[in-house]
Write a protein that binds this ligand. Structure first.
Ligand code: SF4
Ligand code: SF4
Length: 594
């Protein structure tokens, strides 16, 4: 084929590569001697013995061959000798997409095992960026990138929902400590710490925010959360789009500077920490003049300085630790989490291999957003599942929200029965509240919580009767009126009949699926405003959340769920302020035999 027969997109990919070729990239592209020492480092290889297309060097060669054909003299002069080959068609670009997005999580474990210093993940990211620049990428990558470009965070959380969440978390905190100062300060100027988070915390896991707030309050910290520019995650790291990476980093840096914050603290997220602290300054061309720190280090410092006191006997269950690839391999954050764990849990069990040699959770590199590769991802997770199982731990702790999702998914798939947690949760659990802080007695929150959902009706939809009973009982114990549906058809009928305030909906049901129920509810004029909380055992179906043109579900929970998680999320969706906790309902009192 000659140049004139090359597709427009293939030509652009080749042309744009020129701008990406820095010294680090060139070294990695040229240094491979095909020794094969990196092969068994990759979890995809271990899960697919005999398939050479998963080997890091094979995958790298799919990028290397067109680099050599156009940018290396050996490939221009003797293409047949160095296996140089150009790109011509859009089909070839699609094949490349499958390799760079679907067969690598950019975990960099192969890098560690390469004697020549080849960093495949670096130019795999570059290849992703080249494809993204011509619109070739998995749909999930396109949707998440769009939300981060347009709404300012990668989960499309609206400003009013974010502020609303911080407000009701503040209300709870103030009530817990009986102190009007125990609130989450928003846009406080000249604070010591500006705290940035992963949008997953607002949307699905607000407990991590309230636990962090509890720690800041007890440490007597001067801190704040920004009203805008608060997302420290950066999908540009995954998609290879440096423009997006720069725009996201700039938003956060600008906000910290505007507030006059002295230090930016980044909550537990591996790729957020790496992109914000190490990469975004380059992408954004921004010279940061404030300190940046992982919240893991902040918490450890508070304990060592005596600003908070912890009691490890409050965390008795065996806990192991999963090193996020970005934290451990790319940022060297390996010892501080272990120092912290040894201070706050009784039984910490190391996982092997660990630290920089740890295996990926398999959800890295944006893999959780690429549902088309889910079976491949879960197959490759077998090595991680075996690692986890060998520890015998009940909990796996990780300092990364992405890993929380990846681990939760594989634990469910391989039926390991473990729970996933983060350091902020374990530290908050171990906190010893000093006497000078007015704390309500233990009974008060329990009694108060009894009627928190009083006056609200919920339709629970799931084909598993045990699960329906479990969720219904939790909701009723908290004062809600509950209707139960065991199929899609029954759900639509009961929704029309009772017009509930909220519907919890399973996705995977025989007959009419939860997805169809969701769509029909959204298309029904009289029901489309009813908030829906998806509760599913198959979180990869969260793609549904992003489906257009329907409004996304208002809540999303992965099974298994616990009471605290369910009630927090239901309250958030129903926007129930803490004042509603006070009145006790007749029914809840009667149920508890009071
Ligand atoms: S270990 Fe390094 S030199 Fe050897 S095949 Fe892998 S990337 Fe190439
Ligand atoms: S970066 Fe990780 S997933 Fe990608 S090839 Fe290397 S070891 Fe495999």
């Amino acid at each position: 084929m000659n140049n004139s027969s090359r597709s427009y997109k293939a030509q652009r990919v080749i042309d744009r590569m020129d701008k990406k070729l820095n010294r680090q990239m060139l070294t990695s592209l040229l240094a491979c001697v095909h020794c094969g020492m990196c092969t068994d480092a990759c979890h995809y290889v271990l899960a697919n013995p005999g398939d050479p297309t998963y080997a890091p060097s094979y995958k790298a060669d799919q990028i290397r061959k067109f680099f050599k054909r156009h940018y290396d003299w050996t490939g221009r002069v003797l293409p047949w000798w160095v296996k140089a080959k150009s790109l011509y068609t859009d089909e070839e670009l699609e094949e490349l997409k499958d390799t760079v997005f679907g067969k690598c999580t950019n975990c960099r474990r192969c890098t560690l095992n390469c004697p020549m210093g080849v960093d495949y993940a670096t130019f795999n990211r570059m290849a992703r960026g080249l494809l993204v620049s011509v619109g070739i990428m998995p749909e999930g990558v396109a949707v998440v990138s769009k939300d981060q470009w347009e709404i300012g965070n990668q989960m499309g959380v609206l400003k009013e929902d974010y502020i609303d969440t911080l407000e009701w978390l503040s209300d709870e905190l103030e009530e817990e400590f009986g102190d009007p100062r125990a609130r989450i300060p928003i846009d406080l100027e000249n604070a010591n710490i500006v705290y940035s988070i992963n949008p997953r915390e607002v949307k699905y896991d607000p407990r991590t925010i309230s636990d962090a707030a509890r720690i800041f309050y007890l440490a007597g910290e001067s801190w704040t959360m920004p009203s805008e520019g608060w997302d420290m995650t950066n999908f540009g790291l995954f998609s290879g789009d440096d423009d997006l990476g720069g725009a996201v980093g700039r938003r956060l840096f600008e906000k910290v500077s505007e507030l006059g914050g002295k230090k930016l603290v980044i909550s537990e997220c591996g790729h957020g920490y790496r992109s914000t602290r190490c990469e975004a300054q380059n992408w954004a061309g921004w010279d940061v003049d404030f300190e940046m720190e992982s919240s893991v280090i902040t918490m450890l410092r508070y304990i060592s300085e005596g600003r908070i006191t912890v009691d490890k006997s409050k965390n008795q269950s065996p806990v192991t630790f999963h090193d996020s690839c970005n934290n451990a391999r790319s940022c060297g954050l390996t010892e501080e989490p272990r120092q912290l764990l040894n201070l706050v849990v009784e039984d910490f069990r190391e996982m092997y291999p660990n630290r920089a040699e740890n295996y990926c959770c398999t959800g890295g590199g944006g893999a959780m957003s690429m549902s088309e590769y889910t079976p491949r991802r879960l197959k490759s997770a077998k090595i991680k599942a075996d690692q986890l199982k060998a520890t015998g731990a009940e909990y796996v702790c990780t300092s990364c929200h992405n890993c929380v999702d990846g681990l939760t998914d594989l634990i469910r798939h391989y039926k390991l029965g473990m729970k996933v947690t983060q350091l902020v949760n374990l530290v908050a659990e171990a906190l010893v509240v000093p006497e000078v802080v007015a704390v309500p007695s233990v009974e008060i929150p329990e009694v108060a919580a009894a009627g928190v959902l009083a006056g609200h009706s919920v339709l629970v939809v799931d084909d598993e009767p045990d699960f329906v009973v479990y969720v219904s009982t939790l909701l009723e114990d908290n004062g809600a009126a509950v209707h139960r549906a065991f199929s899609g058809e029954e759900a639509l009928r009961l929704a029309a009949e009772h017009q509930p305030d909220l519907i919890t909906l399973d996705i995977s049901m025989p007959g009419m699926s939860g997805q169809e129920v969701f769509e029909r509810l959204r298309e029904d004029k009289s029901l489309r405003e009813v908030p829906i909380c998806i509760i599913t055992g198959q979180p990869e179906l969260r793609k549904l959340i992003y489906d257009r043109p329907h409004r996304a579900p208002e809540g999303f929970l992965s099974k298994p769920i616990d009471e605290e998680q369910l009630i927090l999320n239901v309250r958030k969706v129903l926007k129930i302020p803490h004042e509603k906790e006070s009145p006790k309902t007749e029914s809840s009192e009667a149920k508890k035999g009071v």
